[in-house]
Design a protein around this ligand. Structure first.
Ligand code: PGA
Length: 257
């Protein structure tokens, strides 16, 4: 294992109001009370469950993140949540540019970049999501697509700030479909993203930044994916909604650390 610490992150999407979240977290803590210091664990519940999650997890090593934020600090943006509010609520991570937000809510490379800057200025670590569609992979443009997304997301992010950024590679065709990128496909893209970071910043930064894989990761395939040199953790949707499967993935990461 490299010096990079695994990050196992659960993206709950639009699942888990406060009551359900409490149940899920209780299940997680009873399945996995002790977490090795060598693995970072994060849960990203919906906004309305963040307060409950932070309160419930205050004496645990599990961290809490949000699934989105607005890039302005406050103002007339009905329905939006700012980084100031997230920081005040106890979040230290936020997902940015998830493909579902790009597809259904008009998120684009420009808003992703603005949101990443805003998160960093509030000391919230952005988990920037990138990934190609099936069509783009079939047309063999996936490296260009991901390269473009990475460059635009990280525009004007400084050498010191970049170390707080996490990248999540999530091929759209593997999200929620049960179909996973093969370990070789994941490794190939992760190594490519790391090389892009080296070109944009430097080798040292590239070897320090964490790149997570997301897309149907589950206990049955986590070991082979997490064993890849450049895979530093997982962004897990479906399998993070069950305490047993999420805790099993955490145990696999601990074993590989
Ligand atoms: P999945 O979702 O694990 O259900 O495929 C991953 C994600 O969208 O972050």
């Amino acid at each position: 294992m490299s010096e990079r610490q695994f990050l196992i992150a659960g993206n709950w999407k639009m699942n888990g109001g406060p009551f359900e979240a409490a149940e899920l977290l209780e299940g997680l803590r009873s399945a996995k009370n002790e977490i090795s210091e060598e693995v970072d664990v994060l849960v990203c519940p919906p906004f309305v469950s963040l307060g409950m999650a932070v309160k419930y997890l205050h004496d645990s090593d599990i961290q809490v993140g949000a699934q989105n934020l607005h890039f302005e600090d406050n103002g007339a943006f009905t329905g939006e949540i700012s980084a100031t509010m997230l920081a005040e609520s106890g979040c230290n991570f936020v997902l940015i540019g998830h493909s579902e937000r790009r597809q259904y809510f008009g998120e684009n490379d420009e808003t992703v970049n603005k949101k990443a800057h805003t998160a960093l200025s509030h000391k919230i670590a952005p988990v920037v999501c990138v990934g190609e569609s099936l069509d783009q992979r079939k047309k063999d443009t996936h490296f260009d697509v991901v390269s473009d997304q990475v460059k635009k997301a990280l525009q004007d992010i400084s050498d010191s700030e970049i170390l707080d950024v996490v990248i999540a590679y999530e091929p759209i065709w593997a999200i929620g479909t049960g179909e996973t990128a093969s370990p070789e496909q994941a490794q190939e893209m992760h190594a490519f993203i790391r090389a892009e970071i080296a070109a944009l910043y430097n080798e040292e930064t590239a070897s320090a930044i964490r790149i997570l894989y997301g897309g149907s990761m589950k206990p049955a395939n986590a070991e082979e994916l997490l064993s890849q040199t450049d895979v530093d953790g997982g962004l897990i949707g479906g399998a993070s909604l069950k305490a047993d499967s999420f805790s099993e993935i955490i145990s696999i990461a601990e074993k590989l650390s």
